[in-house]
Design a protein around this ligand. Structure first.
Ligand code: PLP
Length: 389
């Protein structure tokens, strides 16, 4: 039995895998078991922020691994504190709670919203408004927050107290008027929903509404965060100040981590015993996180923006590409050919891409060299061109 057959036999069949077995990589290039080379335009799903086996990241992680791989949260460790300090310095947020994934970060963010509302307005103010087409995770509560029915069907009843409304300020205001609302949760760039950056007036309007009505605003930066959009967090593009920021994916460069950042208003909402996680704040994950976040400075973000602009301009004029969306190195391509077919065709041609809804989605490593980006863009354009069929 080969590896793919064994996987089918022993691993739960929850992913539609491509017939590729990856064995190693270097930066933005990965190789399969036959030695075939691929340019990695997905970086996991926006996880390996500095590519595969990045030297600085590897050094930070392996050093920590050989020093102290775990501590319970009953003790202090340096990487956990240093990463929280860096995150607060780069955002102006005041405190960090660590989890192990995006869904978990959101679960804790949701708890922050509910606790704040219960204490400030009353326990009946528990409803959280989310947006249609959003994605916030796969736990029963984050599924309830996710505004896409397709994920809900067979998992009822989901956690009550979530309402998804269209991306329309009137709809949000109406939901706030008609319900006892605790807060609003949104991705400024909807990732799984098709790489859609929300409209500026809408985002600013929601932030203003939250201030006016004393609602907690949570920005889900699980996918769009940690430099991906050309900003440290994509909400910064809109000039708003959320109360809670959740993030994960690229934060530790490829090691499981999640973080829930709390601003001045919410920093003391939790006390001992309110939240907990065996692995949250793990020193190896945090050491990885420090080595990533330390390097996301203004110059680096400028490079991400420039690379994003290069891709945007290149794809905007390409035949067979109807629309280009996203921000920085988080990009969606609406193509004439079906995205799923293109993804398979691109594997043949040596480029790994992602899809989101009916689009091709690109989330390359943030430090992908320009030559590789150009090489991948040419191959993608060639594949998208209708004559290439
Ligand atoms: C915006 C957003 N939130 C939450 C999640 C869930 O993250 P995880 O898969 O790490 O639980 C995702 C994953 O794709 C995401 O894109």
């Amino acid at each position: 039995m080969n590896l793919m057959e064994k996987d089918k036999k022993y691993v739960a069949n929850t992913y539609k895998r491509f017939p590729v077995c990856l064995v190693r990589g270097e930066g933005s290039v990965v190789y399969d078991e036959n030695g075939k080379r691929y340019i990695d335009m997905g970086s996991g799903i926006g996880v390996t922020s500095f590519g595969i086996a990045d030297a600085k990241w590897q050094e930070a992680v392996t050093k920590q691994l050989g020093t102290l791989q775990h501590s319970s949260n009953l003790y202090y460790t340096e990487p956990c504190v240093r990463l929280a300090e860096l995150l607060c310095e780069k955002t102006g947020m005041k405190k960090v709670f660590y989890a192990n994934s995006g869904a978990e970060a959101n679960e804790n963010g949701i708890k922050a919203i509910r606790k704040y509302a219960a204490e400030h307005k009353g326990k009946e103010y528990y409803t959280i408004i989310t947006l249609e087409n959003s994605f916030h995770g796969r736990t029963l509560t984050t599924l309830a927050a996710t505004g896409q029915d397709v994920f809900h069907k067979l998992y009822q009843p989901l956690t009550p107290g979530f309402i998804s409304v269209p991306v329309d300020l009137n709809a949000v205001e109406e939901a706030v008027r008609d319900n006892k609302v605790a807060g609003i949760m949104m991705e400024c760039i909807q990732g799984e929903g098709g790489v859609k950056a929300l409209d500026e007036d809408f985002v600013k309007g929601v932030a203003e509404l939250c201030r006016r009505e004393d609602l907690v605003l949570l920005c889900d930066e699980v996918q769009s965060g940690n430099g991906r959009s050309g900003y440290m967090y994509s909400y910064m593009h809109y000039g708003i100040e959320p109360d809670v920021v959740t993030t994960a994916k690229g934060l530790a460069g490829g090691i499981p981590i999640g973080a829930c950042l709390l601003n001045t208003r919410l920093k003391d909402i939790f006390g001992p015993g309110d939240l907990g996680s065996t692995f949250g704040g793990n020193p190896v994950a945090c050491a990885g996180g420090v080595s990533i976040v330390e390097r996301i400075d203004d110059d680096f973000l400028k490079e991400v923006t420039e690379k994003g602009k290069y891709l945007f301009d290149t794809f905007s004029n390409a035949e067979g590409i109807k629309n280009v969306s996203g921000m920085g190195l988080m990009m969606g391509l609406e193509t004439e050919k079906p995205a799923g077919e293109l993804a398979s065709e691109l594997i043949e041609k040596g480029v790994l891409v992602l899809t989101a809804k009916d689009k091709l989605r690109l989330l390359p490593a943030l430090n992908i060299p320009m030559e590789l980006l150009k090489e991948a863009a040419e191959i993608i354009i060639e594949a998208c061109r209708p004559e290439a069929e």
